[in-house]
Design a protein. Sequence first.
Length: 294
Amino acid sequence: MLPAACCALLSAKRHIGLTSVRFFLLAIDIDGDDREQINIFAQRHGFDIEVIDFVSPSFEGQALGRWPASAVARLYMDEQLPSDIGRLLYLDADTLVVSALDGLFDIDLHGKPLAAVDDFLMAFPRNMDARIAQIGMGPNSRYFNSGVLLIDWVGLRRRNFLQDARNLFFRDSSRYDCPDQDALNVVTEHQWLPLDPRWNAQTGILAFISRPAILHFTGPKKPWHSRVQWMHREAHRFYKTELAGTAWVGFCATPSLLAKTRSVLSHHLIQMTKWRKHRITQRYFEAQQGSAQV
């Protein structure tokens, strides 16, 4: 995911006009060659990437399910990142910024430690109710996707939310299907600000979002895979272009003609067979646009 993470930072750099911005890469278990490639990539594109080395803690005796140890890395950001940060925009490695970010940093958080976008499961109350009950949240609580987080860094650190999330997770790690996301939702329950879905246009809701600003490639199929989804074809071109001429040139696969044809057919087949699910999702997230913080 390292090439994807660097591309995410590059996309953010190209869509922000603020001058006092620092770009951090929370790098997990990288070696000297990786660090060199990060520097080459950053120099090529004219910006600085500050690498924060994250050494995975011991998870002996803890069950992480299908997730790697890196899945809880963001729960340790308070121990890794500098304290002299005003606002922090956290981006998962599988995101791309496609529209101006400046307005996002101007949003009034109303004293809350973070702002986020509803997870796509919020459109399906039965599924969501089961999830929040499993992880210990109250009925009718909202649940955010943690792939994009706008954070009041001082406030979050002062109130020890990340430490609380770590402690909560490791008390009973088998309870959480999405380690850091579940834990963060529990400890900040009713204490986060909903953002307009355009700031975290997850794959399952992208078709219903007007003016998406940050694309989030949720699910197993990513734009750099050989069987890239039709809706992510432009993102595929971005990775292909920006990684050309680097040591990561092979990261973004080149789909065959057959794979491209299958992608188009699959896209239309899904539209026809899952129209009811899409309609439910559309109604929910269209309602959020305009009612949440723009």
